[in-house]
Write a protein that binds this ligand. Structure first.
Ligand code: TMP
Length: 231
């Protein structure tokens, strides 16, 4: 027993030393009600229990500017052109990258971010129908070329996800017919699936309808492999 504890401790000490050098950037993606926030919380807790420094943030948000933009983007009744939406999500992102993500990675921490640039490709690109090329260009400004090491896609059909999603008056739902809302979220889901196929080494796609504990185990297995240099 004592030997086992020591082996585990040594392994995590080695992991700690490795990520202290490089940091690790993990993003969670998926449609509404896919369980991203719960999984972000579980993963942060697991890392902290092992004394691996980790922070959990979300987009839009997690900076004073990001929090203001979150309220505007999610709940305000101000009409926004789709391109304005694209720029505002990226303004929030740029501030988050400069103030929080890059400094944390430089300190060698694990950064867990609930949504990042792939959300803009899925929602503004595939969902809204903006040119993917333009979305990619604006995303480049927003991300400052800080890219995730791992992106976890919690895949849920919109029919299921929207049932689990808190009742809201967010801008994708207010004032639209149910059919249009469903079509929009289907395009977002298809967008995510295409993105995950384009870069399979970066993406981990998981069935988001599995029990949360099981999803959490699958995520941990992959993160553990990544931390131990096995992937
Ligand atoms: P959430 O935090 O509840 O997932 O809400 C964020 C909402 O903003 C969600 O509907 C997805 C949307 N969104 C975009 O449309 N584009 C983006 O780039 C991001 C980060 C989020």
């Amino acid at each position: 027993m004592l030997g086992r504890i020591q082996t585990d401790e040594l392994q995590y000490l080695a992991v700690k030393l490795m990520i202290m050098k490089y940091g690790l950037f993990i993003t969670l993606e998926g449609g509404e009600g896919s369980g991203k926030s719960t999984q972000a919380r579980y993963l942060t807790q697991r890392l902290k229990r092992r004394h691996i420094p980790a922070i959990s943030i979300r987009e839009p948000g997690s900076t004073p500017l990001g929090n203001r933009l979150r309220r505007l983007l999610k709940y305000s009744e101000i009409a926004l052109a789709y391109e304005a939406e694209l720029l505002l999500f990226n303004a929030s992102r740029l501030q988050l990258v400069s103030d929080v993500i890059r400094p944390a990675l430089r300190r060698g921490e694990v950064v867990i971010c609930d949504r990042f640039a792939d959300s803009t490709l899925a929602y503004q690109g595939y969902g809204r129908g903006l040119s993917l090329e333009i979305v990619e260009q604006i995303n480049e400004v927003g991300t400052q070329n800080v890219l995730p090491d791992l992106t976890i896609l919690l895949d849920v059909a919109p029919e299921k996800g929207l049932q689990r999603h808190e009742v809201s008056n967010d801008r994708y739902e207010s004032g639209h017919r149910l059919d249009d809302i469903m079509d929009f979220h289907r395009r977002v889901r298809d967008g995510y699936l295409s993105l995950s196929l384009e870069q399979p080494e970066r993406w981990l796609k998981i069935d988001g309808t599995l029990p949360a504990a099981e999803v959490s185990k699958i995520i941990w297995r992959r993160v553990n492999d990544l931390l131990s240099g096995n992937s």
